[in-house]
Design a protein. Structure first.
Length: 254
């Protein structure tokens, strides 16, 4: 018995491979103003979380059938760069500019403190979910990326002060795509409280809001607020447990 080919183009057997370096995570796509599809992803030659994990970009001009040679948003030999998401500016002085947001282990930490019952000597050597939330941008539809990397100032919450570093080292990552609402842009972030059994011991969600990224051409002048107000992010309902992450958002008609 042999199953007939499935004609639905959405079926995985009919898909086309996007180039990567072995491990691949979060291949997000936006359509550029020159008509191409731009994809950024987290990739590396090893497994998830291993050294060498970084962000690359690739373009397709034939609706995903073929892809250009990837270019580095962050290099293979730099600190871990992970979990990129994309935002394209729809109009104004920076129309068509594409921002790429991602985690960056800027301080090049080689381990982070974790539960000694789980990690040898209490040292977790997976370091792709900490550091700074940063962005680069492209003004040529993703063919190249800014040399300078910009850090988003993320407001401290209780979950940060209660981590093993009292908030001096931030633990976090993201999977949610940015969105635009009422002339502002919003980028998701998942704060992490610590590392232990199951990797993350607790986490909660926040939104980073910029009320001028859609009109400000100088990336150094972009303003950011961390939402919600107060000291606590998006958690599970009472009794739901300590893990609340990988949030995605949709703007409704009203």
């Amino acid at each position: 018995f042999r199953m007939a080919a499935i004609p639905d183009p959405r079926h995985i057997t009919n898909g086309h491979r996007i180039p990567n370096e072995s491990y691949c995570d979060q291949p997000y796509v936006v359509k550029t103003d020159d008509g191409a599809w731009l994809c950024t992803m987290t990739t590396g030659s090893g497994q998830e979380g291993e050294p060498g994990q970084h962000v690359i970009a690739t373009r397709s001009t034939d609706m995903g059938k073929t892809w250009s040679k990837p270019v580095d948003v962050e290099p293979l030999d730099g600190p871990e760069a992970s979990y990129s998401v994309l935002l394209k500016i729809p109009s104004g002085p920076a129309k068509g500019r594409i921002y790429c947001f991602y985690n960056h282990n800027t301080d090049n930490m080689r381990y982070v403190l974790g539960d000694p019952n789980v990690f040898k000597e209490g040292k977790c050597t997976r370091v792709d979910s900490l550091g700074y939330y940063v962005f680069k941008y492209s003004d040529d539809h993703g063919r190249s990326w800014s040399t300078e990397r910009f850090t988003i100032p993320v407001r401290e919450f209780a979950i940060d002060r209660e981590n093993a570093y009292q908030g001096k080292v931030r633990l976090f990552w993201n999977v949610g795509k940015p969105f635009i609402h009422e002339d502002a842009a919003f980028v998701s972030l998942h704060k992490v409280g610590g590392f232990g059994e199951g990797f993350f011991t607790r986490n909660e969600g926040v939104l980073l809001k910029s009320n001028n990224i859609l009109t400000e051409k100088d990336p150094a002048k972009i303003r950011w607020d961390t939402l919600p107000d107060g000291d606590i992010g998006l958690r599970t309902p009472k009794g739901g447990g300590p893990i609340s992450a990988e949030h995605s958002y949709v703007v409704l008609s009203d």
